[in-house]
Design a protein. Structure first.
Length: 464
């Protein structure tokens, strides 16, 4: 119709209007019409997508046969075997192998592959049924522009993350190999020199940017050396006392065995020898008492010196005093129940933790989840669990995810505190008092109804 009207009227626009096609289509068909007439317009080329790079059927069949012969081979191994048979010239990529096997139904689905396991998590069914607890350590004073480092106190002593400068360049011995001007032998020799300097305690290079801090570093180094010397002397003293105690226990056992033998047999030693033995035993007991008294006298200056070194370390510029925060969260509603603060910091005791928990524990508590830190594995917590009649659940070692509610609470708390400033414990206590209601009223992603706040979810638990 289009070209019939065009041949009659020679009006291209009128022909396109009546045939209801665009002029672009007209010009696309015109060359075919002029070449073959109306017969050339009866059949059009297929509009199917062209895949000139598609793998040949023989190659696909070879991949399928290899897979059936070796079902334990993955896509990369199959691709490499194909290359091996082709003189190590790549034939098919690993992803193409996967596509071929998936089309043939020989590629397992994600659920059957077993590479990623779906973690099964369950929360408490009722509020107050289970609590998650953890200890968090923050500095006693903080400025906004300073990062809050990660601190671990599970072992009974603090292990603080070393905070690096934001623009600090990485420094490691292997950087010498990036210098192309050095030969391989020269680079290896320089690597050995830098490695020895990195691990040597005798030489501690001072960075030019921190040259003004070198006196403070020297003082800290001297204090550490003095503490090491004092600790080594104390270790030797304990070894000596352990040997003395073992010898005394042996004497006591021999004396009691001799007395027991005399009582059982009824034979008594002659009067003179019995008096001499009693006098000798009394003399030995007197020596033991003098020995214990001497130990107390030796311990007093050691404790004084240890306390003095600790105080000197705290008085140095740049030294950080830490405070401990006990995190208590409800496993069902994710509510924060309390944030007791301990100014003792690294020296917080299990008794302090137990006393704070006793105040916060709900009456319906059945389970208390914590890590295996020394504060939670003590006899104080065992006694508290017995008195309050709940089961203390210790998570598996190296699996902090099992106490994920408390761990995530600690992360959120530190992120919030990183934007705040405080200079003493009372100011930090006020900040914690402001954080707790804010946290309990903010949307939470870990609840069965995502987007609700812990407080709102606690009011809707009757739905479950």
């Amino acid at each position: 119709m289009l070209f019939e009207i065009w041949e009659t009227t020679k009006d291209r626009a009128k022909a396109c209007q009546q045939a209801r096609v665009s002029e672009r289509t007209f010009y696309a068909w015109k060359s075919r019409f002029e070449t073959g007439g109306y017969a050339a317009l009866e059949q059009f080329a297929s509009q199917r997508p062209k895949n000139p790079a598609r793998i040949e059927a023989a190659v696909e069949q070879q991949v399928i046969e290899l897979r059936r012969e070796h079902p334990d081979w993955g896509k990369r191994r199959l691709s490499e075997e194909m290359s091996k048979g082709n003189n190590w010239v790549p034939v098919v990529s690993p992803n193409t192998v996967k596509r071929i096997l998936r089309d043939a139904g020989l590629w397992p689905t994600t659920a059957l592959a077993g590479k990623k396991r779906q973690l099964v998590t369950r929360a408490a069914e009722e509020p107050g049924q289970t609590l998650n607890v953890d200890l968090c350590f923050v500095p006693l004073a903080h400025e906004v522009d300073h990062k809050l480092p990660a601190v671990s106190g599970s072992s009974g002593r603090l292990v603080v993350e070393r905070v690096k400068a934001a623009n600090a360049e990485p420094d490691y011995p292997g950087q010498v190999f990036s210098d192309e001007q050095l030969s391989y032998a020269e680079a290896m020799q320089e690597f050995v020199v830098r490695s020895q300097a990195k691990t040597s305690d005798a030489v501690e290079p001072v960075q030019p940017a921190a040259a003004e801090d070198s006196p403070i570093r020297a003082q800290k180094r001297a204090l550490r050396q003095e503490q090491t010397r004092l600790r080594e002397a104390r270790r030797q003293t304990r070894e000596r006392r352990r040997s003395e105690d073992a010898a005394w226990q042996t004497l006591k056992a021999d004396h009691r065995a001799l007395q027991q033998t005399h009582r059982q047999t009824g034979n008594r030693a002659p009067w003179g020898s019995q008096t001499a033995a009693a006098a000798q035993w009394g003399h030995l007991r007197g020596q033991r008492e003098s020995q214990l008294a001497q130990r107390q006298q030796e311990d007093a200056p050691w404790r004084h010196q240890r306390q003095m070194l600790r105080q000197q370390a705290l008085d140095l510029p740049g030294s950080t005093t830490w405070v401990a925060i006990l995190v208590v969260t409800d496993n069902c509603t994710r509510q924060g129940l309390g944030l007791p603060l301990f100014v003792a910091g690294a020296h917080v005791t299990a008794a302090m933790v137990g006393q704070a928990l006793r105040v916060l524990l709900p009456p319906e508590l059945q389970f208390l989840i914590s890590d295996r830190g020394s504060h939670f594995t003590s006899a104080v917590l065992k006694q508290l669990a017995k008195e309050e009649e709940f089961l203390h659940v210790l998570i598996a070692r190296h699996r902090p995810q099992s106490n994920g509610s408390a761990e995530r609470f600690v992360r959120t708390l530190k992120e919030w505190l990183a934007t705040k400033t405080w200079s003493c414990a009372p100011e930090l206590t006020q900040l914690l008092a402001a954080f707790l209601p804010e946290y309990n009223d903010r949307p939470h992603q870990g609840l069965p109804i995502p987007g609700l706040s812990p407080n709102e979810f606690a009011q809707r638990t009757w739905l479950f």
